[in-house]
Write a protein that binds this ligand. Structure first.
Ligand SMILES: [Zn+2]
Ligand SMILES: [Zn+2]
Length: 181
């Protein structure tokens, strides 16, 4: 099946300037072309539905693609480590050219009178993914001593005294365990 990301632009390139509105929804990465990111990183499922709304405008030697790309992402809350879901909506303004040597390296290539919007959508969305999302703005996180989810209730540890987790000394641990009444 033909990818909806592939758009024939022969007519646009013939009639300069002209425009074409492109609008579709398609899986983010149906052919699993792009490498998944690390398990702890925010990412988009390959089968996630991406909304693409782009206006293509031809100029001599190329096209400008302007519009919006939207995709659902999944990640892990940076404070409490629960799974987080969100949607990124990203504005795009990129160029496609028929000869990359004449353009800066930010441009995409027009091949066989077609543009492939998949790399554009992919690049735009990955750049805008939240690196360290929160499950909610006021997430309280986990107790560093006992792991209790402070969103669900307080633990009996004394928080938040900062014991360095890497090399806790005996005195530091004792200090943390001391409750002030
Ligand atoms: Zn959280
Ligand atoms: Zn605790």
């Amino acid at each position: 099946m033909r990818s909806p990301y592939l758009v024939s632009v022969a007519k646009l390139l013939r009639d300069v300037p002209s425009t074409l509105e492109v609008r579709f929804e398609a899986p983010f990465d149906e052919s699993h072309e792009f490498l998944p990111r690390g398990p702890a990183e925010t990412d988009v499922f390959p089968e996630a539905s991406v909304k693409v709304e782009v206006r293509l405008e031809s100029f001599s030697g190329g096209l400008r693609a302007r519009g919006c790309v939207e995709a659902p992402w999944h990640g892990v809350c940076r404070r409490c480590s629960t799974p987080v879901l969100g949607v990124s909506s990203v504005k795009v303004d990129e160029r496609y050219v028929d000869d990359l040597s004449t353009a800066d390296d930010e441009a995409y290539l027009i091949e066989n009178n077609e543009v492939d919007l998949a790399p554009l959508a992919h690049d735009a969305i990955l750049l805008e993914l939240p690196l360290a999302p929160l499950c909610r703005e006021d997430c309280k996180g986990l107790c560093p001593q006992c792991g209790t989810d402070w969103n669900e209730g307080q633990c009996r540890c004394l928080a938040p005294i900062e014991p360095p987790r890497s090399s806790p000394t005996w005195s530091a641990r004792t200090a943390v365990g001391t409750r002030v009444e």
